[in-house]
Design a protein. Structure first.
Length: 234
């Protein structure tokens, strides 16, 4: 089996893979992705705290409304007593006053807790916004560097791809398909020479005697461990 063409192809393809890896493993890409995720998360925190503040404000307004009705309620009670100062009315007014005073102490408690909530909410909101701005900055900076890297490498990658497509035309179809299948799984180099007479040049796994016999007879075998095509160097 003539392997010159596929090996020449592989040599160029490995150069292409090297460029692809520079992009895939770019630290700036990872940093940008991380910053983006954090930014989204912080945005949610900011939104939640704003919702909480809105709820708090609504509750405050509700309490304010209730407090405003108190004086008219007290006026009503006074009127009842003005009409007739009977035991019955005194009892009624007394019950009402007890109810109002227990409502008031509940409100007092809620109001007491409010400023702390407001402080906490606005602190959390401010912190989330500050960190969010910093994450956006980190994202923009790393994205800029990543884009610059891509701009630099992509023309070269395209060049290799064009060259490889040209080279692939002269390669035996079966060999090329086997190469492509390994390439797809990123098992590269896909074609390796045998080393020490019986080991895979890729994963270094020792091959069986039967496999080596087949290698000597046919010129290539598939590695029993990593699936690479092992060839006999001429
Ligand atoms: Zn192997």
């Amino acid at each position: 089996m003539k392997l010159d063409k596929i090996l020449a192809y592989q040599e160029q393809d490995l150069e292409l893979r090297r460029l692809e890896l520079k992009i895939e493993k770019s630290k700036d890409f990872a940093i940008a992705e991380q910053a983006k995720a954090k930014f989204i998360n912080l945005g949610n925190i900011a939104k939640n705290t704003e919702n909480n503040a809105a709820v708090l404000y609504k509750n405050y307004k509700k309490l304010e409304g209730y407090v405003n009705t108190l004086s008219s309620k007290i006026d009503e009670l006074a009127k009842v007593l003005e009409m007739e100062l009977s035991d019955d009315n005194l009892q009624k007014v007394g019950d009402q006053i007890n109810k109002l005073s227990s409502n008031l102490s509940a409100i007092e408690k809620e109001i007491y807790n409010m400023p702390q909530n407001i402080d906490e909410i606005s602190r959390t909101n401010e912190e989330a916004r500050k960190q969010g701005a910093s994450m956006r900055h980190t994202f923009n900076e790393s994205k800029k560097r990543f884009d610059a890297l891509k701009d630099e490498l992509e023309p070269k990658i395209d060049e290799y791809k064009k060259k490889l497509s040209e080279m692939s035309k002269g390669i035996e179809k079966d060999l090329f398909l086997r190469y492509q299948s390994l390439r797809k799984d990123k098992v590269l180099p896909a074609f390796v020479s045998v080393i020490d007479g019986n080991r895979c040049g890729g994963c270094r796994m020792e091959q069986s005697m039967a496999a080596i016999a087949k290698l000597k007879q046919k010129g290539t075998i598939e590695c029993e461990s990593c699936r690479r095509i092992i060839y006999l160097e001429e």
